[in-house]
Ligand binder design. Structure first.
Ligand code: ZN
Length: 453
């Protein structure tokens, strides 16, 4: 692929040409889940968006040239709280949620990241980083806590465009009498009784949340790497703090060169929140929606724009994929995608633009030959759509039918009898009953046939 990739970099909020440090070994770090509860569709959006970026990078630089690291936060206040509430051990809880998370990723048919490190496997590296920050006088100890002293790092606030004086105590930062300044953030804290702990030079305790990404990105990608991503809610303070810790500990002028953040999902134009009960978990879709339908819906808005989630969106995507399967065929390996087709994705991951291309390719395939159809399917496959064969798609649909084959035939028989008796009201009623169960009947050449809706 000769085309350049452009990405909106939150370091300067400009769309920039992507220039890797080493095009044979591109580093991408994305903040992964905190495993205290099953992921919801708001969590699914970055999973899908950064999967697309992973695919785009691989298409340009080669399959083995991208080192994609997505961490798992398996120690955190929310995890401790949830384990207490559910009366199960922390490891039972986190193992269960990690399994569910991996199942969700399979359901969405995402490419596996190169690494999926867990925070608790890297506590020693976090302790090492804290020691280095204390030694360099960027961190201090107070009442068994270690804090990062924000005003010692002059570039603090550059990513989120915040000025230190605007960080009013109590609004965006946690206030504590232990801190020298309200904006300082915790690197290490003592564990309460019955909470997990690790030994450290500062006593038994556990790390602050921000630190794990600095420690793990250093291990897997080095002190300076290409891309760091996550949801927009992580921009401040999480990513700002990662930059401060990493640059001060590693003594570097930069950390990640490109910062990419995806916008929120709203639910029928309302903020998704536990308190209003409008949170949809990924696993809740599995019973009646194919993963690729959910994925198409998640790609329907540009990643920088909020995505409004509603019933109609999902229904439209279901109908689109249904329609697209009409021209499905197994791909001839000789077909390749042109720069033109892929260009919206290379231009700042413009997924709606790419979907518009797919609609055009579908129209062409509908009138065209097997080559046109193959090209269309290949373009869908690029973003993980039409990734099941037509037979598999129909089989999955049929499994979800609420009525068996023999019952369908009985109903058709009853309908034909009603028609013979000119009881068209009854005939229509039976037809609609079947339609509700996903079965469409058609009268053709004196015969009645049925197919899946
Ligand atoms: Zn992170």
């Amino acid at each position: 692929m000769n085309k350049d990739i452009f990405l909106t970099n939150n370091l300067n909020n400009k769309k920039e040409k992507f220039i890797p440090i080493n095009k044979k070994n591109i580093g991408m770090y994305v903040c992964g889940p905190t495993v205290y509860d099953n992921p919801h569709i708001g969590n699914a959006r970055p999973l899908v968006i950064f999967d697309i970026l992973f695919k785009v990078l691989k298409s340009k630089y080669g399959n083995n040239s991208v080192n994609y690291v997505r961490n798992i936060t398996d120690i955190d206040d929310k995890i401790i709280k949830s384990s207490k509430e559910n009366n199960i051990s922390i490891s039972e809880l986190t193992n269960d949620i990690i399994k569910g998370f991996n199942d969700d990723c399979n359901y969405l048919d995402l490419d596996k990241p190169s690494q999926q490190p867990k925070a608790t496997d890297h506590i020693d590296l976090m302790i090492k980083m804290i020691s280095s920050l204390i030694k360099k006088d960027f961190a201090y100890k107070k009442n068994n806590h270690i804090y990062f002293e924000v005003n010692k790092f002059e570039d603090y606030g550059k990513l989120s465009n915040k000025k230190l004086k605007d960080l009013i105590a109590g609004s965006r930062v946690e206030v504590s009498e232990n801190k020298k300044n309200a904006e300082d953030f915790v690197l290490w804290k003592p564990s309460a009784i019955n909470e997990p702990f690790w030994d450290s030079p500062w006593g038994k305790g556990r790390p602050g949340w921000h630190l794990e990404c600095s420690a793990m990105s250093k291990k897997y990608l080095g002190d300076v790497f290409d891309i760091h991503g996550g949801g927009i809610d992580l921009l401040f303070p999480h990513h700002e703090n990662e930059i401060a810790q990493s640059r001060c500990a590693n003594n570097t002028k930069s950390f990640a060169n490109y910062w990419i953040h995806n916008a929120f999902i709203t639910m029928s134009n309302e903020k998704m929140a536990k308190s209003t009960g409008n949170i949809l978990k990924i696993k809740d879709f599995k019973g009646n929606t194919e993963g690729q339908v959910l994925k198409l819906a998640l790609m329907s808005a540009h990643y920088k724009q909020p995505l409004d989630w509603n019933e109609k969106l999902l229904r439209d995507c279901q109908n689109t994929i249904e329609k697209w399967y009409e021209v499905y065929l197994l791909i001839d390996e000789k077909i390749t995608l042109s720069d033109d087709i892929l260009s919206p994705l290379y231009d700042d991951l413009n997924t709606p633009g790419y979907i518009a291309n797919l609609h055009q390719l579908y129209e062409k395939a509908l009138k065209g030959n097997d080559n046109d159809k193959g090209l269309f399917v290949l373009a869908c496959n690029f973003i993980g759509i039409l990734n099941k064969t037509k037979e598999e798609w129909l089989y999955i649909k049929k499994k979800k039918l609420l009525i068996g084959d023999s019952d369908i035939l009985i109903k058709i028989g009853l309908r034909n009898k009603a028609r013979e008796n000119k009881d068209y009201k009854e005939a229509d009623k039976i037809r609609n009953e079947l339609l509700d169960k996903g079965v469409l009947i058609e009268d053709k050449d004196g015969k009645t046939i049925w197919k899946l809706k």
